[in-house]
Ligand binder design. Structure first.
Ligand code: UDX
Length: 433
């Protein structure tokens, strides 16, 4: 069984490496020649725990993974082709930009010689996999291919684990043969039968969008509940815990904070709203979720300024710039948004993040970067915790107190114990408490 993965972003690269780990010969394709050259040398373009080790193992030892820029070359004798290219948001109307998906589908169509299953693994609006099918159908006999929707639910920071130990594997197809072929790919995960969810193509496509949108809704909901907690003297962490004990609600994704970010939630929520609009469906709930998350960084900055009168003579230290810990991804990071908004008010920003890349620092060169949190906190007027990196839990605040101008901390991720921090002489502000 030979697999081709087109697109070496998070989903494509992690899937490719994990399929190699499951014993399949896998060829990863990307039109970005520089990226492919680096991958051929074993240099990984993404920061993701465990990925370097799998790349080293399957590139050099098992030789199960290889890389190329040519779909044609990769597809020689291939059995299954996964489309894992990006579906970014189109700025004009917030719809998912499917240009890359359709271009790849055309190229795949030109290179199918014997029976092949074409799988959409990228997050795509309902109807896309069928559009892919129609593109291929114009060039290839129906008996020579099938299309399948097999969305990926991995999270950045725990991607390999999520792939290897999924909550479910969703497979959407309109006949049994391709369903069985794709299901068999996951055989070596040794999942119980009830982990597989076989359905139609459209349902599978919607499951992915609806799952991400539902989780985003949970976060937006708890964030607004946290605003109410602040007003009435309740504690959002107790409220979340108390709610989460109800098995129907569940404890996860109820952590209040500065809003959701990253490469998926903001984009997928917008694209799902757009799919509803296109189909004349009222999705006002999700529109409100999107809006509430868009304005959240501004609300947080207003709150900070109202609590403490910072001005152009102030410097604030921002700890954590990535959209969440264990990644170097700053796409749609709320920390960056907050830093920019503070900067617009002429407040200077000192930053420390354990993973942000050099190129991202250069792109955001209006901030001062430091190699340690302690250096970043020197002589500042306050600290903001923007991302809950584990190393921030063990910071020596007694030491920081000695070098900080004003001992004020805005803990946007509620990682510290308020009483302990206050005992050290800090003024502490959390979220929703
Ligand atoms: C998400 C989905 O979880 C994953 O299933 C899908 O395949 C891709 O999108 P990811 O973008 O890696 O994964 O991040 P996730 O861990 O879901 O966090 C998204 C954002 O929500 C982050 O900004 C995070 O800080 C925020 N978040 C998460 C909260 O604010 N509160 C929470 O309780 C959980």
């Amino acid at each position: 069984m030979k697999l081709v993965i087109v697109g070496t972003g998070y989903v494509g690269l992690v899937s490719g490496l994990c399929f190699s780990e499951l014993g399949f010969e896998t060829i990863c394709v990307d039109r970005d020649a520089a990226r492919i050259n680096e991958l051929k040398k074993g240099v990984c373009p993404i920061f993701e725990p465990g990925v370097n080790e799998l790349l080293e193992k399957h590139l050099n030892n098992t030789k199960l993974i290889s890389f190329t820029t040519s779909i044609k070359e990769a597809m020689k004798n291939s059995d299954i082709v996964f489309i894992t290219v990006g579906t970014p948001t189109r700025r004009i109307n917030n719809e998912a930009d499917l240009t890359s998906i359709m271009e790849v589908a055309k190229e795949i169509a030109e290179n199918i010689n014997s029976y092949c299953v074409v799988v959409t693994k990228s997050t795509v609006p309902p109807g896309t996999t069928n559009d892919v099918k129609n593109i291929i159908k114009s060039k290839v006999l129906s008996e020579n291919f099938d299309v399948v929707s097999n969305p990926e639910f991995l999270k950045e920071g725990s991607a390999i684990n999520d792939f290897m130990q999924p909550d479910r594997v969703v497979i959407g197809a309109d006949s049994e043969k391709p369903k069985t072929i794709i299901k068999n790919l996951y055989k070596n995960l040794n999942l119980k039968e009830n982990y597989f969810f076989l359905t139609t193509i459209e349902s599978s496509e919607i499951i992915k969008y609806a799952s991400n949108s539902f989780l985003a809704t949970k976060i937006a909901f708890i964030n607004q509940v946290s605003d109410l907690c602040e007003k009435v003297g309740a504690n959002i962490q107790d409220v979340s815990r108390g709610m989460g004990l109800d098995k129907r609600i569940g404890a996860k994704f109820l952590e209040a904070g500065p809003g959701y970010g990253g490469s998926c939630f903001p984009k997928d929520v917008k694209a799902f709203i757009n799919s509803a609009k296109k189909n004349d469906v009222n999705f006002s709930i999700l529109e409100t979720v999107d809006l509430s998350n868009e304005i959240r960084p501004k609300e947080i900055v207003e709150k900070i300024i109202n609590l403490q009168p910072f001005d152009s003579s102030s410097t604030i230290c921002l700890l954590g710039l990535t959209f969440k810990p264990n990644t170097n991804d700053i796409r749609d990071s709320t920390s960056i948004k907050i830093a920019k908004l503070l900067n617009e008010k002429k407040i200077k920003i000192n930053c420390y993040d354990p993973a942000i890349s050099k190129s991202d620092k250069l792109k955001n060169n209006q901030f001062n970067y430091f190699e340690s949190p302690y250096e970043a906190c020197n002589n500042v007027n306050a600290i903001i915790v923007g991302t809950e990196w584990k190393e921030f839990l063990s910071l020596d605040f007694a030491k920081i107190k000695k070098s900080i101008n004003e001992p004020i901390i805005f803990d946007l991720r509620n990682i510290y114990n308020q009483i302990e921090i206050e005992k050290l002489g800090f003024v502490y502000y959390g979220i929703g408490k």
